[in-house]
Design a protein around this ligand. Structure first.
Ligand SMILES: *[C@@H]1O[C@H](CO)[C@@H](O)[C@H](O)[C@H]1NC(C)=O
Length: 300
């Protein structure tokens, strides 16, 4: 079915007197008068003509509940115009009342064969595929959600592998791109605070972190023209970090106190570890392939 009643939406759009639904979204007042002139053979001042216009409005009323996917908008228009043509062709064969009733019936039958538009899926994202044309207002309605999703908490240990998923529960338009961003140490949705890590065309929808870093990761999905969703993940990294860093400093101090003629076992390794766990990792996040100890970001 390509239409359905959406009481919530209709509640948001109170009935406006003078707004004639659906049938008349595509049939301007002049077209209505033309139709009634043709049907009745009378001018606008004539009672027959007035009755014809009233019948048209009354017949249109039940169609106010019709909502079709935005993409079906043209198909809906064709259905309505075909029905108007049908009424015209019945002139002289049947009464206007009867042919109008039949025309409306035909409209409902065709509407019932149309594909249903996908529903808006909360809580976020500009879901173009779920846009609908609403007969009650003769307007396209967008899903009433913001671009920014709420921040998801991700708890992780510093020695864990964490994968963040940017997939969305609605149809993604073609030619999309994904951008990953990071705001170190912060729990934020302020885009000015993020560093861009990586953009890819129709790329993988997940980001894997070997050795997660405290802060907010964000992914942004965009089509050719604009972003359509932004997801946020606050990585609350526990364990190891502080102790490891303290332990490391102690070991580095030991290394520094070693006599010159006695080489420590792997001084560069300790240094690498210090870099990896210390004030961190944007370098690593940017995917430097030679970061020691596997602390780097890889996209799968
Ligand atoms: C991180 O998680 C810990 C333990 O659940 C919690 O106590 C702390 O408040 C969290 N930190 C932030 C900034 O949310």
């Amino acid at each position: 079915m390509g239409w359905w009643c959406a009481p919530m939406m209709l509640l948001l759009v109170p009935w406006l007197p003078g707004v004639h639904p659906c049938l008349l979204c595509f049939l301007a007042p002049t077209d209505q008068r033309q139709l009634c002139r043709y049907i009745t053979g009378t001018s606008a001042k004539d009672t027959q003509h007035q009755l014809c216009l009233e019948a048209l409005l009354k017949a249109a009323e039940p169609l106010a509940s019709v909502i079709v996917g935005e993409e079906q908008h043209m198909a809906l228009q064709k259905i309505i115009m075909d029905a108007v043509d049908f009424v015209k062709k019945q002139k002289g064969k049947k009464s206007f009342q009867v042919s109008l009733k039949e025309a409306i019936k035909k409209i409902w039958v065709k509407l019932s064969q149309m594909k249903e538009a996908p529903a808006c899926i909360p809580p976020c994202g500009n879901q173009k595929a779920a846009r609908v044309f609403q007969c009650a207002t003769c307007h396209i309605m967008h899903c009433p959600f913001p671009l920014d999703c709420p921040v998801q908490e991700v708890w992780a240990r510093a020695d864990e592998v964490v994968t963040l998923h940017c997939d969305v529960p609605f149809a993604v338009p073609p030619n999309w791109s994904i951008t990953w961003m990071f705001a170190k140490d912060m729990r934020t949705q302020d885009l000015t605070l993020f560093e861009e890590l990586q953009t890819s065309e129709e790329g993988p929808l997940s980001l894997t972190l070997w050795g997660p870093v405290q802060g907010t990761f964000a992914c942004r999905l965009a089509d050719l023209y604009e972003p359509f969703i932004r997801k946020y993940f606050y990585l609350n990294v526990s364990g190891q970090n502080v102790e490891a860093e303290q332990g490391l400093q102690a070991r580095l101090r030991v290394v520094l106190r070693w006599p010159h003629d006695v080489a420590p076992l792997h001084p560069m390794a300790w240094l690498g570890l210090g870099l990896a766990l210390g004030s961190m990792t944007l370098v690593m996040l940017l995917g430097t392939p030679t970061v020691p100890l596997g602390a780097q970001v890889t996209v799968i």
